[in-house]
Design a protein around this ligand. Structure first.
Ligand code: BES
Ligand code: MN
Ligand code: ZN
Length: 492
């Protein structure tokens, strides 16, 4: 797994600032005002920090932005980043400052002179999230320097900062787990390899079971199996349980689409851009990242994560358009388009989750439809729900974490689009409202008594441009929002 930055907090008074090697970071407030540490750096550099604070670039620069002083006289450090952070920074300001620091990191040691800075743990969170690169398959030239992966915060109260940062470190680790899974190519992350990586969560106290094809057959998961039957990789369902609140309380369920590669099946996709369908297991990877975070921070909540791992391939055994299959629930589905496979996987996993665990609530995540990208772009995920309370608690958590989310409608009127010639329903509903008909399909497999939210993350799981807290590629969208929602809802 890509290792998060090693983040440590030490007493600022214990260090001789002029001798700190590598790169350093200091903070000024929105008026160029300095704390005690920044004043010391200003004195050592004979006023360079003050001069920078009076420059138009700094004065006009945004909160959380950084400005570089290269080779400052009076310091051993080769460069100093001067970050503009308001006296009363918002959470977003602080995380943005952290991201600016991540972009300043090179291959030399990095020291953040934070002193009594407010929200220092949030700065470290932003830094940790932004400092990600998936370089497992890049061979490096022998003499290229290794990127620096250690950062030292010099603060007034190291114990308090470390304590505040601990749950954030768990989030960073969960997000990196998600990003790595999403970034892996499909020839490496087969269903079997994926199951192995989830089984490794046992090391941190998560109970993990892998249900294999014979068991899925016995359970009657024919819609899920229909997706994987054209692939040489066996379909699997992986159940991950974190039991942090004892044995008696009903768990909250997280369900994820884990299509390790989506060719479209016999309804094959066009060649252009098909390589991106290696991210079609993004929903399941978010579930895995949340489970990892919960375990690492020893959450006092019962949560079960269930993911359906399949590969959607065309071959002689593959499902044909027009095939009719019976779901675990018992409803029949005409598979009109084999490329609408995510809902077939989720239908059985949603039903299984309810039958086995009677969850207090359930959220599924899936890179389900291209139509959600048309509707909301790459800024926000689509939020569909049968329960306003659960929808609102997710939306609140997402807003607090800066993860874009937008409520979308459901409604019986859309059901006519998924009527089938011969079965209880068809798996596609035509072009209009494509994300809503997909959600409406899923709803058939959710009991009215189960509070349920469906998150269509096709637009946000993987992006082609850098975002504030993630480099381009796999984002890990949703790990932090779900972790926060579980904290707010289940650990109160
Ligand atoms: N995995 C795709 C959706 C997707 C598209 C995810 C783009 C990420 C980026 C899904 O399985 C799919 O193919 N959906 C079809 C549904 C259609 C056949 C009703 C789509 O959106 O075109
Ligand atoms: Mn598809
Ligand atoms: Zn898909």
């Amino acid at each position: 797994m890509t290792a998060p930055l090693e983040t440590t907090f030490a007493e600022v008074e214990s260090v001789e600032i002029k001798d700190v090697p590598g790169r350093i970071v200091v903070f000024l407030d929105e008026d160029g005002g300095m704390g005690a540490v920044a004043r010391r750096v200003d004195r050592l550099t004979r006023g360079a920090v003050r001069r920078l604070s009076q420059s138009p670039a700094f004065v006009k620069g945004k909160a959380g932005g950084g400005h570089v002083l290269a080779f400052p006289g009076g310091l051993a450090a080769e460069a100093a980043l001067v970050v503009k952070l308001p006296r009363r920074p918002t959470v977003a300001d602080a995380r943005l400052a952290g991201a600016a620091i991540a972009n300043f990191n090179t291959s030399v040691p990095l020291t953040v002179l934070a002193g009594a800075l407010p929200r220092v743990a949030e700065v470290a969170l932003g830094l940790g999230l932004r400092a990600y690169e998936f370089d497992a398959y890049r061979t490096r030239e022998a003499d290229a320097p290794a990127p620096n992966r250690a950062v030292r915060f010099l603060v007034r109260d190291p114990a308090a900062a470390a304590e505040a940062f601990a749950p954030f470190a768990a989030q960073i680790s969960g997000v990196f787990f998600t990003r790595d899974l999403v970034s892996e190519p499909a020839n490496v992350l087969t269903t079997s390899e994926y199951a192995e990586r989830l089984l490794a969560l046992r090391d941190i106290g998560v109970q993990v079971e892998v249900l294999e094809e014979p068991e899925l057959e016995r359970l009657g998961m024919r819609t899920l199996l229909a997706v994987g039957q054209g692939s040489v990789s066996p379909s699997k369902v992986v159940v991950m349980q974190w039991q942090g609140a004892g044995d008696d309380s009903q768990p909250f369920a997280l369900v994820g689409k884990g299509v390790v590669f989506d060719t479209g099946g016999i309804s094959i996709k066009p060649a252009a851009g098909m390589e991106e369908m290696t991210m079609d297991m993004g929903g399941s990877a978010v579930v895995a990242g949340v489970m990892r975070t919960l375990a690492l921070r020893q959450a006092r909540a019962n949560v079960v994560g269930i993911v359906g791992l399949v590969e959607n391939m065309p071959d002689g055994a593959a499902t044909r358009p027009g095939d009719v299959v019976t779901s675990m629930k018992g409803d029949t589905v005409e598979i009109v388009n084999t490329d609408a496979e995510g809902r077939l996987v989720l239908a059985d996993v949603l039903w299984y989750a309810q039958e086995r665990f009677k969850p207090s609530g359930m959220i599924d995540l899936a890179t389900l439809t291209g139509a959600i990208i048309i509707a909301l772009g790459h800024e926000k995920a689509g939020v569909f729900a049968n329960d306003d309370g659960l929808a609102q608690s997710f939306l609140n958590a997402a807003a607090a974490e800066g993860e874009g989310a937008w409520r979308m409608p459901l409604g019986a009127g859309y059901d006519k689009q998924i009527k089938s010639r011969i079965a209880d329903m068809a798996n596609v509903g035509g072009r209009p409202a494509g994300s809503i008909t997909a959600a409406q399909f899923l709803r058939r497999f959710v009991r009215d008594a189960t509070p349920w939210v469906h998150l269509d993350i096709a637009g946000v799981a993987y992006v082609s441009k850098d975002t504030e807290l993630a480099p381009k590629g796999a984002t890990g969208w949703g790990v932090r929002a779900l972790d926060r929602m579980i904290r707010d809802r289940c650990e109160g």
